[in-house]
Design a protein around this ligand. Structure first.
Ligand SMILES: Nc1ncnc2c1ncn2[C@@H]1O[C@H](COP(=O)(O)OP(=O)(O)OP(=O)(O)O)[C@@H](O)[C@H]1O
Length: 249
């Protein structure tokens, strides 16, 4: 469970260009919940994600993960719980290294989920099987440098690598924004499968209302640094796509 209690974030405090990016958000994200976050540009979505990840610290309020108060912990100390996939497919992988070596690096990061670290054939076979599960035909290219792959292929592999370790929380910041519709679809379906398979708690920021409608167990809308809509369970399931468009009217 992630608990966010009355969290505030102000940039350039006291200066002419002060921005209240997050203005007192209180939110409990349950274990296994797949939370979709929508909202207009500048409404505070990425700031909220950064606060959960620890890449920025709040000015006020508290954040805990699994009962541990992480409010003052920097991001590298929160990485035992949290994996993150960014909008830019170039983030998160080493372009000059092969797919296989990128998996080796990822498996060294923490204790792995179902993959033993190694340089042997067994490790290679395990990586090939994992990569084959994406259905992108990349299992025959695992010796190829990561930088030679398309954005969609890289993003799908980044997802796979990010959930291999013992993380419980997956943060997705517009992971498909730079992808063509077909690749975006593959990446979203991969994310959905991995979230369910590893019983992850996920927070997914998107401007794509179709994805916001199709994925997730709960949806919130942010506006001017606060939560202005919050639907889960049957309320999320019975939401119509047009209702979602109306949120932005
Ligand atoms: N490092 C920063 N320094 C100053 N202002 C910032 C910083 N980061 C974010 N802001 C401001 O905080 C507000 C919220 O930004 P944030 O990126 O969280 O919004 P967002 O909802 O993710 O927007 P978008 O949909 O455009 O990505 C914006 O006004 C933004 O300009």
């Amino acid at each position: 469970m992630i608990t966010i209690a009355d969290v505030h974030k102000i940039f350039n405090k006291g200066k002419a260009n002060q921005v209240i990016a997050v203005n007192g958000v209180t939110l409990e994200i349950k274990d296994g919940e797949f939370l979709v976050v929508v909202g207009s540009n500048g409404s505070g979505k990425t700031t909220m994600l950064n606060l959960i990840a620890g890449s920025i610290l709040p000015d006020k309020g508290a954040i805990s993960i699994d009962g541990t108060d992480v409010t003052k912990l920097p991001d590298y100390k929160r990485s035992q719980w949290i994996a993150r996939v960014f909008q830019n497919p170039l983030s998160g992988t080493a372009p000059d290294l092969s797919i296989l070596d990128n998996f080796r690096l990822a498996s060294l990061r923490t204790k792995t989920k179902g993959l033993s670290v190694g340089v042997n054939d067994a490790f290679k076979k395990q990586v090939q099987e994992k990569v084959a599960s994406l259905g992108m035909g990349l299992q025959d290219k695992i010796e190829q440098p990561m930088g030679t792959l398309s954005g969609g292929q890289r993003q799908a592999l980044t997802l796979l690598m990010s959930v291999m370790d013992s993380c419980k929380v997956l943060l997705l910041d517009e992971p498909t924004a730079a992808l063509d519709p077909r690749s975006a679809d593959v990446v979203m379906r991969t994310a959905d499968t991995l979230i369910k398979e590893f019983k992850l708690t996920a927070v997914f920021i998107t401007h794509n209302l179709k994805d916001a409608f199709n994925y997730g167990t709960r949806i919130i809308q942010m506006g001017e640094g606060v939560i202005i809509n919050d639907l889960s369970g049957n309320d999320k399931a019975s939401l119509k796509q047009n209702d979602l468009f109306d949120w932005f009217a």
